[in-house]
Every structure is written in structure tokens, then in C-alpha cells.
Design a binder for this molecule. Structure first.
Ligand SMILES: Nc1ncnc2c1ncn2[C@@H]1O[C@H](COP(=O)(O)OP(=O)(O)OP(=O)(O)O)[C@@H](O)[C@H]1O
Ligand SMILES: [Mg+2]
Length: 223
């Protein structure tokens, strides 16, 4: 497998505190990685670095062997797609939310794809012209996931993307994401607090503690 992402000695320092502390990491094409670790350990900050929302204070990140700084930020962000921990919908219809990625790309909205994605997240009964206002937290989260997948990225970064879902819908969302990732060869990094989250779907797990990758944690699968 070829390497898609590489972090070399990456640090992120705020004042005197190293929030990300000399991380080396290689992600292969199509690899599925669970990211775990205590609250405040630096998981979301790591994803902000990977999504190029912030730059390392030391070290360097590479996408397909080329340094992040040699890419246009916007093109990088499209290939390395990040669904933040607290994702918001626009207060309009489901359809307008799902059309947003196309709008941002000056592209035509693929409503058939939108409907297919809604169905795969268990929202097939909703119409595109339904307003999101009265939807539940978990339904909104699933629409956020569908919006994230309107275009297929090379790398998908999910930050506790199913935290508001019950077991049944979590499983549905995981199936949708992992089958898409498999079909399209997408690499997935998924921050989760749920140790039950079907670890069988992941190739490995990394444990972030105090801004470092905890090498001692072998978990229940190889790291
Ligand atoms: N720009 C910043 N300025 C100051 N502190 C920051 C900044 N960014 C992150 N931090 C701090 O770095 C630490 C790690 O934050 P981060 O959001 O990465 O944690 P996390 O592992 O995602 O936690 P959680 O599981 O609770 O989401 C926190 O203590 C946070 O307050
Ligand atoms: Mg976080």
C-alpha cells in the first residue's frame, strides 16, 4: 500500500504547552484507523493539523509525498475531508444542506446521490425539502455525515461523528461509511470515545495521550 499521509516530528505548541508533542505517523492508502485517548489529549488538534486548519509549530506534514505548504489550502481540504466534533447544519432544508458542497465547488447538485446517502443513513423517509429545524440531534448528525460524503475524499477524518446516535443507527452509519471507504479506497481516521465501536472495521488503533502516540497501548488489534 502506498503512503497517503505522513507526519514527521509534528508539534503544536501554544504558549509553552506542547498540545501535539513530536508525532510521527504514516497513513496508507485505504487504511482505517481508530483514534482514541482521553479528553483533552490532542485528538481534535491532530485532525485540525491534518485538515490544514492550523500549521505545526515544528515538524512537517506530507500528502502524497508533497509537503502541505506546497499545496493550495483549499485543494488539500477537499482531498482530506474533516467532519468536526461539533458540526452545524444550515437552518434550511435537508436538500440545501446537502447541496452546499456542490455550491462551494460551482458544481451541479446530485440529488440522486443525496437521496441515496440519506437512505444509507436511515433517513430515507425524509424529503429533500424538509426543513432541518425540527430534526433530532442524531438525525442532524446523520445529515452532516451525508453532506460530508457528497464528494469522495482521499482521506476522511471523523471527529466523534456518531456521538449522538443510538447503537442501531451507529451501526448503520458505520456500515455506510466503511462500505463507501472500501469501494472508493478512502483512508479513514475516526476519533471515538466508544471502545465498542466495531473495532473489527479498523486496521489499527492509535492512542493519543498528552499529545503523543502511546506506543504501549496495543489494544485488541495491532498498532
Ligand atoms: N488554540 C489553542 N489554544 C490553547 N489551547 C488549545 C488550543 N487548541 C487546543 N488547545 C488545548 O489542547 C488540548 C487538546 O485539545 P483537543 O481539542 O485536541 O482535545 P481532544 O483530545 O480532542 O479532547 P476531547 O476528547 O475532549 O474532544 C486541550 O486542553 C485544549 O484546551
Ligand atoms: Mg476533540
Amino acid at each position: 500500500m502506498t503512503t497517503i499521509l505522513e507526519l514527521k516530528d509534528v508539534c503544536y505548541k501554544v504558549d509553552k504547552r506542547l498540545i501535539i508533542d513530536h508525532i510521527d505517523l504514516t497513513v496508507k492508502d485505504g487504511e482505517k484507523i481508530a483514534v482514541v485517548g482521553p479528553s483533552g489529549s490532542g485528538k481534535s488538534t491532530l485532525f485540525h493539523l491534518l485538515n490544514n486548519l492550523i500549521s505545526p509549530t515544528d515538524g512537517e506534514l506530507f500528502y502524497k509525498g508533497k509537503a502541505y505548504k506546497d499545496y493550495q489550502p483549499e485543494s488539500l481540504r477537499r482531498q482530506i475531508s474533516y467532519m468536526p466534533q461539533s458540526t452545524e447544519l444550515f437552518d434550511t432544508t435537508i436538500g440545501e444542506n446537502l447541496a452546499f458542497p456542490a455550491l462551494a465547488r460551482n458544481d451541479k447538485f446530485d440529488s440522486a446521490r443525496a437521496k441515496k446517502l440519506l437512505a444509507s443513513f436511515g433517513l430515507g423517509d425524509y424529503k429533500l425539502d424538509t426543513n432541518v429545524e425540527f430534526l433530532s440531534g442524531g438525525e442532524r448528525q446523520r445529515i452532516c455525515l451525508a453532506r460530508q460524503l457528497m464528494y469522495i475524499p482521499d482521506v476522511l477524518l471523523l471527529d466523534e461523528a456518531t456521538s449522538a446516535l443510538d447503537a442501531d443507527n451507529t451501526e448503520k452509519a458505520e456500515d455506510a461509511i466503511f462500505s463507501l471507504a472500501k469501494d472508493e479506497g478512502v483512508s479513514v481516521m475516526w476519533i471515538t470515545h466508544s471502545y465498542d465501536q466495531s473495532m473489527s472495521n479498523f486496521d489499527r488503533r492509535i492512542d493519543i495521550v498528552d499529545g503523543k502516540i502511546n506506543k504501549d497501548n496495543k489494544g485488541d488489534i495491532d498498532v
